[in-house]
Design a protein around this ligand. Structure first.
Ligand code: ADP
Length: 319
């Protein structure tokens, strides 16, 4: 392996820059040339590829987003699109590719690997929904953004004795909602991994009010129901003054937390090692604070699982 490429794809996540930096520096440390693909798989098919030097990744470890840009491409889902990408990589003499992204991006990496081009996946998404790793790059930062918002909402909620519904991201995973709800002291957390009972929620809110609670915060994962729809349903059961906040894309931005920077550095560097060891077709992850790697094809066949013990605890602590 003399020359490798790196790209970021799909939804951006804080910490992707730190991961790119790790790939570039680790590669150069091992006398490997590193090329950056601009704009994900769409840029790859067009040959938007440039050499990255040590200095190319200076001053980016603390920046959100991805300086290589990200994109979504329908064309790349076709065999023809993937062949175009491989041709471009070959044109630049690149022997292996690090793909930083979510499960869609992993499918692209899997497709390239199956066609003989070795790729290694690095989990970069705020949703924490990649199987095989306890944490994905960006999750911790998004979580801290949500908690910051919940703390602020709590101030206004208690001043006006209101019920606040906070809708958070996470696609089909409840991780952001669960962790933010637990850390933010929410009364109720709605996750896609469990059904919700509106009568039960309303009764608990009423009980809380009866014992003098000034406000209630309900965290709703976007994969369950929209915050506005939930508030409408709640209104039918109670007469509480309810407000809705949809946090949206603020959850994707911001400077990555120390945790995400360290995670990204470790995972990015490990991805380069795997390519050097000739282990294409793998994905890297972190389990019990240890680096792990596993077959990317196997990973895509598995489901991400939420920590249900944590969910149970959140319910026990919000009685
Ligand atoms: P994420 O990686 O955040 O899950 P997407 O699901 O949008 O984001 O995937 C990012 C890109 O990965 C897509 O736009 C597409 O180019 C590529 N991709 C997704 N699914 C496949 C697939 N089945 N085969 C090849 N490429 C894919």
């Amino acid at each position: 392996m003399k020359r490798i490429g790196v790209l970021t794809s799909g939804g951006d996540a804080p910490g992707m820059n730190a991961a790119i930096r790790a790939v570039v520096r680790k590669g150069i440390f091992h006398d490997i040339e590193v090329y950056g693909v601009i704009g994900g798989y769409a840029g790859l098919m067009k040959g938007k590829i440039e050499k990255l030097e040590l200095g190319s990744v200076g001053d980016i470890i603390h920046r959100g987003g991805t300086f290589l840009y990200s994109a979504r491409s329908e064309e790349f889902k076709t065999k023809e699109g993937q062949q175009k990408g491989i041709e471009q990589l070959k044109k630049f003499g690149i022997d292996g590719l690090v793909v930083i992204g979510g499960d869609g991006s992993y499918r692209g990496a899997k497709a390239l690997t199956e066609q003989g081009f070795p790729c290694v996946g690095v989990p970069g998404t705020i949703d924490n929904d990649i199987p095989g790793t306890e944490f994905t790059i960006g999750f911790d930062t998004a979580l801290n953004t949500v908690i910051d918002a919940i703390d602020k909402i709590r101030d206004t909620a208690s001043s006006h004795e209101r019920t606040f519904v906070v809708e958070v991201m996470g696609r089909n995973a409840g991780d952001i909602a669960l962790w933010a709800g637990l850390a933010g002291g929410a009364e109720t957390i709605l996750i896609p991994e469990d059904h919700y009972d509106m009568t039960d929620i309303a009764n608990r809110l009423k009980k809380g009010h009866e014992r003098g609670k000034k406000h209630s915060i309900i965290v709703v994962a976007e994969g369950v129901v929209s915050g506005y729809e939930f508030a409408k349903q709640l209104k039918e059961e109670t007469d509480f003054d309810t407000r809705v906040t949809v946090l949206g894309h603020v959850q994707r931005g911001g400077s990555p937390t120390a945790f995400d920077r360290v995670l990204a550095s470790r995972l990015g560097a490990r991805a380069v090692e795997l390519l050097i060891e000739g282990k294409g077709g793998r994905a890297v992850g972190m389990e019990k604070n240890q680096l792990v790697d596993y077959d990317i094809i196997e990973a895509l066949g598995k489901e991400h699982t939420l920590d249900m013990n944590l969910y149970k605890l959140s319910q026990e602590l919000s009685i």
